[in-house]
Structure formats: structure tokens, C-alpha cells
Design a protein around this ligand. Structure first.
Ligand code: SF4
Length: 895
């Protein structure tokens, strides 16, 4: 299947829809030809203008029914929808009767569509009558919500993506945009090419792929962001960069904010020392910010996922407010949302401290409005349990029933052992998901099969407030149903049928849109009342729009606060006095390193979708811990060692990746791996549960840990056309390749007989196979391969050390219908024949171009630029996600 935009096969266009991964919200066009589904960027979608990243470009590879949940189940047995919902209604009703309305809860997801999210919130807050519904957006966005509400009186993102192309300075703070929001990164790269005046400053403790376009990289010490931005505030004040007219008319709190800033950060040397930066570099950044009027500060999880995330966001916003760099083209503090509908979730009141349509639980007038609109018997009048508190409340026996929808807290939550304990402890757990086997689903009493991307219809909102349609183009497998439908069916069982009698997503959306306009009159930022009259055709043909969408502004609103009016009681924005705080838990002798966590380029969340794609699984095949050279040497850790990373809360065992891209004293582990893909790589097990006091957002970027190499008796890998159960091995990691499964393994004890063991694992007893084997007892080295006819079926390589032959050439042999004699002869050496090339690990996922191929071409063909590599090998010419790696390879080669 080709995702190349150049594909010339006749194909049928199926749908214009939206990518289901990150908050960039790219429009995609799905078509089908004789090779199957094709996915390409939608040139008319304003978020991406035809671009896609590697994940979006590989979406077609994820469109199968493998691993899908197909039927409702009770305790592992398939049942009818009626039986499953009847049981749920009985149990929820009995808990409510015996323990009160607060004894039941929902935990939902930024992956849900707006309509699903709205219905779930309506059910809980209006009909069950409590606010115990929180969302995984608590883990990524809630500090921005809290900070924007403090500053603007509303959870409003002021900017548009287009502002990135109209600015002269982009400060990328706490975000590996190149990997986490790749199409935004592509837009910035292009903007920089088009505008020689555009400077890029990256502020991040790690040197990431985003630094590829940076004019300046401030490798700040972990957690010191508020210190740095308080210092900027004092610098701007000292240099007369206060926009007096704007501050006088539109801003409050400047004196207190400045006093706090001078208190912590009045002396630039003190700030430089605290941040671990050179004074000259810091002053250069401050001077640059002061000099450039058009500045965007683009920030994400490096700011939000902190025990002082809300204050950090406010420290950034303070600088934009005081200098008037907001509400005008090319200016503003711009938060990038993590998930495809994190913003939509905030709109419908998805968090436990919100009401729908940006209304507030604590506001009696808002409660009355919402209750009237819903015609509901109740309305929640106090905030419910936020994510961390929710799972604690289960352990405290305060929550008896938990309904999890579209998320995997047994992987994604911090202090994960405790969260798993809570789910296991809970009297009644329902998991509604599209996948049968997730770490959370494995702990549930009732499973409800939901539809997923490609089958769903509804709306999502991206980071720039742009509402877009997701459209269905394939049938749902088994008995899977839309989330809004399942929730409505449950509501029916609970006796609320009249209030949830939706027949299609549009019914839900127009009800929600109408609510947003109720007694609004520009008093609330979120207003999409002009969409309340959409008929079926208009809903189907809906084109992306940025809210507010009102009768005065029916084409949407590109930029907020252009009139200098905010949504506070006074109409003025608030500058907030910020006292910087370090991470909640300090390093110690026992735990001397700071653990940082985040994404890799080609995976998404807990890999339920991207793990299906061989293209996406080849870039980084195994979980790892990135360790600075100095720290690795001091701890006797070498590349590819297995390492135990341990904190007060738990531990993981992952592969060592030694790199000075991470500073001494810090280690980094990706967030994606889980029990379905690895024996011990759930980084949430290690992450501390400290939270921001304002937002409840956990601190994923700062956990004190220790690192220790672990010596196994043997190490190995296994490649096989069929999946093999290796769950009994001491260490294993599963990865999907093209026409094969790849397993990395290690064990504490050497099996008595490797030959027997390998034959059992690889099913060598079957009759139609030929078996090749090599065993060097003294070197403790065992290798075997199983062929069916002349085709490679599986192979296994075992040795006493982690350094084993490169897998890439062996994996490429699985593409061949038959091996020639030379390939067979070289097979157990694991080294390519002279005539065949070992492409090396994947760099370009779109065109499958490996590292060795690129290095050889750079050397032999004297390629000296990314463009030259693209012309020669195609690498980097489709989605562009690998361009930072191509640049790094050129630099390594001295180009
Ligand atoms: S940047 Fe990539 S993952 Fe994010 S929405 Fe666009 S194509 Fe999807």
C-alpha cells in the first residue's frame, strides 16, 4: 500500500476527515484503490494545507480489525448489548441508592469526539448529578485551562496557526514540536525560510529534533521556566517595554506581578545560575524578546506537566500582557494541545471542575442555564474528583463504580502501581474502548465495544480553536457502536430516555451549539450558536471554522482579544504574581537523577493504533532510557545495556540509549510502551503523583530516580511471521515489522537446552520446515532459523551480551518470497551478503529509507543538503518528519 501523494492509481475518494492523533488537527483525504486505503493531506484544510507527518501519512496501515473489541462482555464472556447495559444500570443505581450519587464516576478522553464528550458530561453532571467525570486531558492541558482562566477570565487560546507565519520571533518553550506537533514544526520551518527576520528560540532541558531550526537553544535546568520568564518580565520593565496604553486600559495586577518577579528574578545572574544558563545567553534572549515586537511563545507539556504548571503558564502570559504582545497578528502566548480533541473536551466541560460550553460549576447562574437547557433533574454544584484524586477515592472506597471511556489509565497515569491497584480494587469497572486488550481493559468487569477513527462521525477542535469534522468511511466491526450512542443507551436504562433521544451526532452537536449561545451576549468566550441551526446537509458538509462562530461572526474568529476586552468581571486581563517553585520532589542520594518523559516521533499514546503500523514501528522499536555520557560512565552503563530506572513509586527495565542530547543529571523515557508491548516499560510506574495545586495536573517531567545496569544471563532477539507468546520471559519487547513480528528478549537463567527451547518457541516440529542451527557452547551463542520452502519463517539469535547482529538486514529478508543460496549461507551470521545492502534502522518512515543507506549516499554521492538527499533517495520529501535526523546525519558527516 502506498501513501505517496504521487500515487497515480485510479482511486475512489471516500471522505475528507481529520487526523485522530495530535492537537494540530490536520485535515486528511481518504480514498481507496485496488491496494486498499490511501490517506493524504487535505490541501484545503487550514490547519495543515496538505501537509501530514509520519503518523498521519501512515494512517492507512492502521485500518484493520486486528485486536478490535467486537462484542459487549461481562467477566470475559460475550453478552448482548441489552444484558451489558442492564447490568451496568442495576449496579450504578444500587451504588447511588446505597452510597449516594458521588459513589460513581467516569474517566474519559481527549480522543472522544465533541458529541461523545458532551453526552457523557450531560449524563454525569445533569442526570447522575455529580461532577465525577474527569478526562485524560487533565494530564496534558489542565494547567493551561487554569492559567488562562486566571489571566483572561476564560479558557481562551488567543492565537491562530497563521500567526506563526506573521511573527518575527517564536519562542518554543517545553515542546519537542518536531516530534509532537510535526505539522506545526513544518509550518514554522517554512515560515523561517520565507522570512529571514524570523528567529526561533528553543527552551528545553533536552536537545531535541526541534533544535534543528533554532537560532538559540536555552538548555534550561529542569523546572526553572517561571524563574526565566519572571526574569524576562523584569527585563522588559527595566528596558521600558511596558505597553502603557494597553496595560492601563486592559490589564490588572501588574504591580503585584512585577513585585513577585523582582523578588525571584530581579538579578539576571541569579536567574542564569538557577536556570543553569550562561548569563550572556540569557541576556541575549531577553534582548531579542524585547527587540522583536511580534513574538509568539509556543508552549506545551514541558510547561504544563509540572507541579507549578499553572504558574509557569501565567509567567509566560504576564510577559505578553505587560508588553501588549497579544491580540494582534503574530503575537501571543500559544498553547499546543496534545490530543485531537483536548480542546473540544474543554468546550463541553470535560474536566471535573467545569460545566458545558465554558460555563462554571461554581456559578449559580451558569448552573441554572445548563440545567434548563438539559431539562435535567440535577445539576452538579461542586467540582468532582480530578484524575489523581479519583483513583485515590476508589482506594478510599468512596467510588464504587468506574466507567472508563477511550483511555488507558493503567498505562498513562502517574504512580501507576497505585492506579492499577485502585482499578483492581473498584467494585465495578466498565471499560468502553475500540481495542479488546489494553492494560485497563484487562482489569474490567464489563467491556463495551466502541467504534474508532474511520467509523466515527462528529466534530473535533484543534489547538487554534478550529472545529473540524471527522467523517466515517468504513463499517464498524462486530457490534461496536458510537460512544454517544452507548452512553445514550445507558441513559435510557437509567430512565432518562427522553433527554438522550439522539438519532445521530448532529442532534447532539446542535443542542450543544445552542447551549453555548444561551444568555451569552459576548459574556463568555465560547459561543458557537450560529451553528445551532445546522441541518443534516450543512453538518455533513461542514467546513473547518474557528470559534467563536456567532451570528455577528458566522465565518468564525481567527484571533481573540483584538479589542482588548477579556472575560473577567472588569473586562481586563489579570497579570498574576508568580513565585517560582522547583519540582515537588527533590533529587536525593538514593534518587539522584530527574526523570523526564515524553513522546517519540512515530508513536501515539499507548500505541493501540500506531503499534499496528510497521512503518511507524521501525523508527524506534523498543522503549529506552536516554542517559548522558557522563552519567552512563559513572554508573557503568553502556549502550544497549538493560537498565533499571527506579523511583519511590516503582521501576521499569528498559534499554540504555546514551546521548548528550539529555543533560547530566536527567534521564528521559518515552511514554508509549505498555504491558501489551513490553515486559516492564510503563513509565507511569515510576512517575511521581505530585500535582499542580490549581489544576490537578500531574508532574510528568520531574521525578527523582536512580539508574542501575542489570546483567542478564542471556540476550536475544526473535523474528517471526507469526505472533509468539513470550510473556513468560524475564525481559521482552514486541514490535511489528513488515510481514513479521520482532521480539527483543533477555533472561535471568540460561535454558538447559537452547536447541529444544528454540524449536518449541519457533514450532520447528512442524513437518514442512527446514531448520538451520548454530551453537557455540563456549561463547554461549545460539542461532537458528526456520524456513518453509525457501522462505524465511522465523529466526532466533541468542548471546551472552546485548550486542547481537543488526536486525535490519534479517528483517528485510522477510520481504522475500524465497532466499537464494548465498542469503541462506549468510543467514545465521546475521550479516548481509556482499551483494545486498543493510539499510540500517529506519529514518524516513514514509519511504522506508534506512540510516546506512543515507550515510552511504552522503559519502559516496557527495550529498550535502536535505534537498539533495530527497532528490537521491526520496527521504524527507513526503511528511518531512525525518528532516531533523537527515540534518543530523549531514552534520555528523561534516556537511
Ligand atoms: S501533525 Fe501529524 S499526528 Fe498531528 S494531526 Fe497532523 S498528521 Fe496527525
Amino acid at each position: 500500500m502506498s501513501n505517496s501523494p504521487e500515487s497515480d492509481q485510479a482511486s475512489t475518494q471516500l471522505a475528507k476527515t481529520t487526523c485522530p492523533y495530535c492537537g494540530v488537527g490536520c485535515g486528511v483525504i481518504v480514498s481507496k484503490d485496488e491496494d486498499g486505503y490511501q490517506v493524504r493531506g487535505n490541501p484545503d484544510h487550514p490547519a495543515n494545507l496538505g501537509r501530514l507527518c509520519s503518523k498521519g501519512a501512515a494512517l492507512a496501515e492502521t485500518l484493520d480489525d486486528e485486536g478490535r473489541m467486537l462484542h459487549p462482555q461481562i467477566n470475559g464472556m460475550p453478552v448482548s448489548w441489552d444484558d451489558a447495559l442492564e447490568l451496568m444500570a442495576t449496579r450504578f443505581s444500587s451504588y447511588i441508592e446505597e452510597y449516594g450519587r458521588n459513589s460513581v464516576a467516569m474517566y474519559v478522553s481527549g480522543q472522544l469526539l465533541t458529541e461523545d464528550y458532551y453526552v457523557a458530561n450531560k449524563l454525569m453532571k445533569g442526570f447522575i448529578g455529580n461532577a465525577n467525570i474527569d478526562t485524560n486531558s487533565r494530564l496534558c492541558m489542565s494547567s493551561v485551562v487554569a492559567a488562562q482562566k486566571r489571566a483572561f477570565g476564560s479558557d481562551s487560546v488567543p492565537c491562530s496557526y497563521e500567526d506563526l507565519e506573521r511573527t518575527n520571533l517564536i519562542v518554543i518553550e517545553g515542546s519537542n514540536t518536531a516530534w509532537c506537533h510535526p505539522v506545526i514544526f513544518q509550518r514554522i520551518r517554512q515560515a523561517k525560510k520565507d522570512n529571514p527576520n524570523l528567529d526561533i528560540v528553543v527552551i528545553d532541558p533536552r536537545k531535541t529534533a526541534t533544535c534543528d531550526i533554532a537560532d538559540m537553544h536555552l538548555q534550561i535546568r529542569s523546572g526553572q521556566d517561571a524563574m526565566l520568564f519572571n526574569g524576562l518580565l523584569t527585563h522588559l520593565n527595566d528596558r521600558g517595554e511596558v505597553n502603557k496604553l494597553f496595560v492601563e486600559n486592559c490589564v490588572e495586577g501588574i504591580d503585584d506581578a512585577l513585585a513577585a518577579a523582582y523578588e525571584s528574578s530581579g538579578d539576571v545572574q541569579t536567574v542564569a545560575d538557577a536556570c543553569g544558563l550562561d548569563r550572556e545567553q540569557l541576556e541575549a534572549f531577553y534582548a531579542l524578546f524585547a527587540r522583536k515586537e511580534k513574538v509568539i511563545t509556543l508552549f506545551s507539556q514541558g510547561i504544563n506537566q509540572s507541579s507549578s504548571g499553572t504558574d509557569k503558564v501565567n509567567a509566560i502570559i504576564n510577559c505578553h500582557l505587560m508588553s501588549g504582545r497579544i491580540g494582534r497578528p503574530g503575537m501571543g502566548a500559544f498553547s499546543l494541545t496534545g490530543q485531537p480533541n483536548a480542546m473540544g473536551g474543554r468546550e463541553v466541560g470535560g474536566l471535573a471542575n467545569q460545566l458545558a460550553a465554558h460555563m462554571e460549576l461554581e456559578n449559580p447562574q451558569h448552573r441554572k442555564l445548563v440545567q434548563q437547557h438539559w431539562r435535567s433533574p440535577f445539576i452538579a454544584d461542586s467540582e468532582g474528583y480530578k484524575a489523581i484524586d479519583l483513583f485515590n477515592a476508589i482506594l478510599d472506597d468512596k467510588i464504587k463504580a468506574l466507567w472508563v471511556i477511550g483511555t488507558n489509565p493503567a498505562v498513562s497515569m502517574p504512580d501507576n502501581n497505585r492506579v492499577r491497584e485502585a482499578i483492581s480494587h473498584c467494585d465495578f469497572v466498565v471499560v468502553q474502548d475500540c481495542m479488546q486488550n489494553t492494560d485497563t481493559a484487562d482489569l474490567a468487569h464489563v467491556l463495551l465495544p466502541a467504534i474508532t477513527w474511520g467509523e466515527q462521525d462528529g466534530m473535533v477542535t484543534n489547538s487554534e480553536r478550529r472545529i473540524s469534522r471527522q467523517r466515517s468511511f468504513r463499517d464498524a466491526p462486530g457490534e461496536a457502536l458510537p460512544d454517544w450512542k452507548i452512553i445514550s443507551m445507558f441513559a435510557d436504562k437509567m430512565g432518562f430516555a427522553d433527554y438522550f433521544d439522539y438519532t445521530r451526532p448532529k442532534d447532539v452537536f446542535v443542542e450543544f451549539a445552542a447551549l453555548s449561545g444561551k444568555e451569552n451576549n459576548a459574556s463568555r468566550d465560547f459561543d458557537i450558536s450560529a451553528l445551532a441551526d445546522l441541518d443534516d446537509k450543512a453538518y455533513e458538509q461542514f467546513k473547518p471554522l474557528q470559534w467563536p462562530v456567532t451570528f455577528n461572526q458566522p465565518v468564525g474568529t481567527q484571533r481573540l482579544f483584538e479589542d482588548g476586552k477579556f472575560f473577567t468581571p472588569s473586562g481586563k486581563a489579570n497579570m498574576i504574581a508568580v513565585t517560582p517553585r522547583s519540582g515537588a520532589n527533590a533529587v536525593s542520594e538514593e534518587f539522584p537523577f530527574i526523570l523526564n518523559t515524553g513522546r517519540v516521533r512515530d508513536h501515539w499514546h499507548t500505541m493501540t493504533r500506531t503499534g499496528k503500523s510497521p512503518k511507524l514501528s521501525t523508527h524506534i522499536a523498543e522503549s529506552y532510557v536516554q542517559i548522558n555520557t557522563e552519567d552512563a560512565q559513572a554508573n557503568n552503563i553502556t549502550e544497549d545495556n538493560l537498565v533499571i530506572v527506579c523511583s519511590t513509586w516503582g521501576e521499569v527495565t528498559v534499554r540504555a540509549c546514551i546521548s548528550d542530547d539529555v543533560p547530566a543529571g536527567m534521564v528521559f523515557i518515552p511514554m508509549h510502551w505498555n504491558d501489551q508491548y513490553a515486559s516492564s516499560a510503563v513509565v507511569g510506574m515510576v512517575v511521581n503523583p505530585a500535582c499542580d495545586p490549581h489544576s490537578g495536573q500531574p508532574e510528568f517531567k520531574h521525578t527523582p530516580v536512580s539508574i542501575k545496569p542489570v546483567k542478564k544471563a542471556w540476550y536475544g532477539f526473535l523474528l517471526s511471521r507469526r505472533q509468539i507468546d513470550l510473556s513468560s520471559q524475564d525481559y521482552w519487547n514486541l514490535n511489528k515489522g513488515h510481514k513479521l513480528w520482532r521480539y527483543e528478549m533477555a533472561g535471568n537463567e540460561t535454558p538447559g537446552n537452547w536447541a529444544d527451547n528454540a524449536r518449541t518457541l519457533l514450532c520447528a516440529s512442524e513437518t514442512d520446515v527446514s531448520w538451520m542451527e548454530y551453537f557455540d557452547q563456549s561463547a554461549q551463542c545460539y542461532r537458528a532459523a526456520r524456513l518453509v520452502g525457501d522462505q524465511l519463517e522465523s529466526c532466533i539469535f541468542i548471546g551472552p551480551e546485548p550486542h547481537l547482529p543488526n536486525r535490519d538486514w534479517l528483517m528485510a529478508l522477510f520481504d522475500k518470497a524465497s532466499l537464494d543460496d548465498k542469503e541462506k549461507a549468510f543467514l545465521l551470521s546475521g550479516r548481509p551478503t556482499e551483494s545486498s545492502e543493510d539499510a540500517g534502522p529506519s529514518v524516513c518512515a514514509c519511504f522506508g529509507v534506512g540510516r546506512n543507506t543515507i550515510i552511504n549516499a552522503i559519502t559516496k554521492d557527495k550529498l550535502d543538503s536535505v534537498d539533495a538527499i530527497g532528490k537521491a533517495l526520496q527521504a524527507g520529501t513526503n511528511c518531512g518528519s525525518c528532516i531533523p535526523e537527515l540534518t543530523a546525519l549531514l552534520s555528523e558527516a561534516g556537511k
